[in-house]
Design a protein around this ligand. Structure first.
Ligand code: SAM
Length: 251
């Protein structure tokens, strides 16, 4: 049985998918290999490392902008998402590549893949934001080969702490209790942890931390995700955390 937040999030993403794509597909299609709401280019960060010929899994691929662009660039990518409506938007993008990019529906909390199937598991504000990290991070570890990478971009704890409920955007005031971070219920259910708990979870799941990249947009950056943060806030404080983890090799 999927957890209640998975059922709720599937229904919300199915209902919102068409509007989401209408609002954001322009930005995502224009820069498909770029992280977060300010589209910071992967070519600049190298967060995924050398992915050519690697088996990759995108957790929460939405309309598969990342998955299809990585496949065109030489990766072997599976796009995975909870929402059938989001995957419907992915189909024409996959067909346009003429490549084999499987699209699989399910929840990241129970991945339908055998152990050690992938070299890289990644997510850009995808499933890792909307699923219980105590289930998803160990699942990512299970399906990764030893030495494989988990790379995911998620809202920063600071942005979640400063989120002002009425606006939905961060302000200069702390609005939440740091030690109460966990399940955050709004229209969808999101998840966030204090840094110490993230680190303990990564360690317990068998990961070592390679990097925590605090994404900072360049001056003048624009976004279609205006509800998430302003440019001024995101230049002064980190609104997105890009984690790079490596599954410890078997000893
Ligand atoms: C903000 S979108 C991100 C997708 C893509 N990176 C983009 O920027 O459009 C979040 C995606 O995560 C998916 N998602 C939410 N919960 C999930 C879960 N438990 N397992 C897999 N996908 C999930 C949603 O259906 C949605 O397509």
């Amino acid at each position: 049985m999927p957890a209640d937040h998975v059922v709720k999030n599937r229904s919300v993403w199915n209902a919102d998918s068409d509007t989401y794509q209408k609002r954001h597909a322009g930005q995502l299609d224009a820069s498909p290999l770029a992280w977060g709401i300010w589209s910071v280019e992967e070519a600049q960060l190298g967060a995924l490392g050398d992915f050519e010929g690697k088996c990759m899994l995108e957790l929460g691929c939405g309309a598969a902008q990342w998955s299809t662009a990585l496949a065109v660039a030489g990766g072997h990518v599976v796009g995975f998402d909870l929402s059938e409506r989001q995957l419907t938007h992915a189909i024409p993008r996959v067909e346009a590549t003429g490549l084999w990019v499987p699209l699989v529906q399910g929840s990241a909390e129970e991945l339908p893949f055998v152990a050690e199937s992938f070299d890289i598991v990644f997510s850009d504000h995808g499933a890792t934001s909307f699923s219980d990290p105590y289930r998803t991070i160990p699942e990512a570890a299970r399906v990764l080969r030893p030495g494989g990478l988990l790379v995911f971009n998620i809202t920063s704890p600071l942005r979640d702490l400063c989120e002002e409920d009425e606006l939905g955007r961060p302000t200069e005031k702390l609005s939440r209790e740091y030690f109460e971070l966990g399940r955050l219920s709004g229209k969808e259910v999101c998840f966030q942890l204090p840094y110490g708990r993230w680190l303990a979870l990564f360690r317990d799941a068998g990961f070592e931390v390679l990097d925590l990249i605090e994404l900072r947009p360049p001056e003048g950056a624009v976004t279609t995700y205006k509800e998430f943060s302003t440019l001024d806030w995101s230049r002064r404080w980190p609104s997105e955390n890009l984690w790079r983890l490596r599954k410890r090799p078997a000893s």
